[in-house]
Design a binder for this molecule. Structure first.
Ligand code: SF4
Length: 402
C-alpha cells in the first residue's frame, strides 16, 4: 500500500454558462443536464481516492474550472462534505472557490461559508465594459464591484481578483484605470495574466484573419511594469511572476504547485502529482461520468511485483487516462523552473535534502552562466532570479531542460 504524504486537493468544475472566445481550458457550455451525474461521479472519485490513499491529510482545497460558482451551491456543499469524509482536511486549511461575479447571491455565499469555503477568487478580468464585451464575459464592471461588496458583506475576508492585460484594443490609460478601481477594493490577493492567443480559440482565428487587432507585446510589457509599480506602491508583495498578495495572504494552494509538492486533482482533465508520477484524468465529462459510475470501488487491482504500489493505486482509478514517470533529473529541472517563479526562489538546503545535491552541483555550468549574465543570484541559502532574470524567466527556465 502506498502511504500518501499530506496533499493539496484540486476539484475541477467543467461547466461554464458561455464559452469565452479566448479560453482553451477544459470547460464546456450547454452541458448543464450533465450536472447531477457529474456531481455523483465527482463524489465517487473523491471517495475512491480517500479509500485508496487511506484518508490522507489535505492541506488546501481549490475549486477551479470552468466556473464553480455556476454549479448550485448545494452541490458545492455536498462535494465539501464528501471531501471532509474522505480526507483529513487540516484545521484552518485554505479552501478556495473560483467565481464569476454574476453568479453571486447572498444565499449562495452563505452556503459557501457554511460548507467551509474561506477564500474566493473572482474572475473580474477588467473594469472596462467594452473590453468585458470583447472577452465575452457575462458581467459588467459595476457588476464586479457589486459582487465583491456582496462577498465581503456575506463575511468573506480573503478575496482574490483575477485581471487580464495585453488585450486587443486595451490602452495603457484603460489599464491604469482598471488597476485603480481594483486597488480601491483592497483585495487580499491579485493574479494578473497577459492574454495569450491559444490555438483553436476564436480569438486566435479572429486575429489570424485580420478581424481583430493583434495584441501589442511591447504595450503588454508596459502594462506589466505599470502593474508592478502600482502594486508595490499599494504595499503588495509581488511573490510570484503573475501574483501579488498582502502579507501572509499568498495563495497557499498555488504555492504547493510552485514548490512541486504533492496534489491530487479530481474531475475531467485534472492533473495530479504524487511520488514520482504525474497523471491526468480523461477530458470528456460524459466519459468521465460513465467510467466512474460503471466501476464502483474502482478498477480491480493487479498483482505485479514489477509495478510500484503507487502505480498500482493510480491504476485502480477509472478516470485516470495518462501517467508520466518523473525521473530525478526531470524532477530537479521542474523544481527549479517552478520555484524560481517565486520572489524568494528555491531553498538550497531543501533542494539538497530532496535530491542529495545542491542546484550548483547538479547544474554547475548552467548556474555559473546564468549568474554571470546577471539573471540568477544566490542569497541567504536561496537561489533567486534577479529583476532582469524575472523579465527573461522563460529563457532561464529552458536552460535547465537542455
Ligand atoms: S468563464 Fe473562465 S473557464 Fe469559463 S470559458 Fe470563460 S475563461 Fe474559460
Amino acid at each position: 500500500m502506498f502511504s500518501a504524504p499530506p496533499i493539496a486537493l484540486y476539484i475541477h468544475i467543467p461547466f461554464c454558462e458561455t464559452k469565452c472566445p479566448y479560453c482553451d481550458f477544459n470547460t464546456y457550455a450547454r452541458i448543464e443536464p450533465l450536472m447531477p451525474g457529474y456531481v455523483a461521479a465527482l463524489i465517487r472519485e473523491i471517495e475512491l481516492w480517500g479509500d485508496l490513499l487511506e484518508h490522507p491529510t489535505v492541506r488546501t482545497v481549490f475549486f477551479g474550472g470552468g466556473t464553480p460558482s455556476y454549479l448550485p451551491s448545494e452541490d458545492i456543499s455536498q462535494i465539501m462534505q464528501t471531501a471532509n469524509r474522505s480526507f483529513k482536511i487540516e484545521e484552518g486549511a485554505e479552501v478556495t472557490l473560483e467565481a464569476n461575479p454574476g453568479d453571486f447571491t447572498p444565499d449562495k455565499l452563505t452556503t459557501y461559508l457554511e460548507s467551509g469555503i474561506n477564500r474566493l477568487s473572482i474572475g473580474v478580468q477588467t473594469f472596462d465594459d467594452h473590453l468585458l464585451g470583447l472577452l465575452g464575459r457575462r458581467h459588467s464592471a459595476q457588476g464586479a464591484l457589486d459582487a465583491y461588496r456582496m462577498a465581503q458583506d456575506a463575511g468573506f475576508d480573503n478575496i482574490s481578483i483575477d485581471l487580464m492585460y495585453g488585450l486587443p484594443e486595451q490602452t495603457l490609460e484603460g489599464w491604469e484605470s482598471t488597476l485603480e478601481k481594483m486597488l480601491e477594493l483592497r483585495p487580499t490577493h491579485i493574479s494578473m495574466y497577459c492574454l495569450t492567443l491559444e490555438e483553436g480559440t476564436p480569438f486566435e482565428a479572429w486575429v489570424r484573419l485580420g478581424r481583430m487587432s493583434d495584441p501589442d507585446p511591447d504595450l503588454a510589457a508596459d502594462m506589466y511594469e505599470m502593474a508592478q509599480d502600482a502594486m508595490s506602491d499599494a504595499g503588495y508583495r509581488h511573490y510570484e511572476i503573475s501574483n501579488w498578495a498582502r502579507d501572509g495572504l499568498e495563495s497557499r494552494h498555488n504555492l504547493i504547485y510552485w514548490r512541486t509538492e504533492p496534489y491530487i486533482g479530481v474531475g475531467p482533465g485534472a492533473h495530479s502529482y504524487l511520488g514520482d508520477i504525474r497523471f491526468a484524468n480523461l477530458n470528456q465529462p460524459r466519459e468521465y461520468i460513465s467510467r466512474l459510475m460503471n466501476a464502483e470501488g474502482g478498477k480491480p487491482g493487479r498483482d505485479d511485483a514489477e509495478v510500484s504500489d503507487l502505480k498500482k493505486t493510480i491504476d485502480r482509478v477509472p478516470s485516470v487516462d495518462t501517467t508520466e514517470h518523473i525521473d530525478r533529473s526531470l524532477a530537479m529541472a521542474e523544481t527549479l523552473m517552478m520555484g524560481l517563479r517565486l520572489d524568494d526562489g528555491i531553498s538550497i538546503p531543501d533542494f539538497r535534502a530532496r535530491f542529495n545535491q545542491t542546484p550548483s552541483e547538479a547544474y554547475e555550468s548552467t548556474i555559473a552562466d546564468l549568474t554571470n549574465l546577471g539573471l540568477l543570484k544566490t542569497s541567504d541559502d536561496r537561489l533567486l532570479l534577479t529583476p532582469r532574470g524575472r523579465i527573461l524567466g522563460n529563457e532561464v527556465f529552458s536552460r535547465f531542460f537542455e
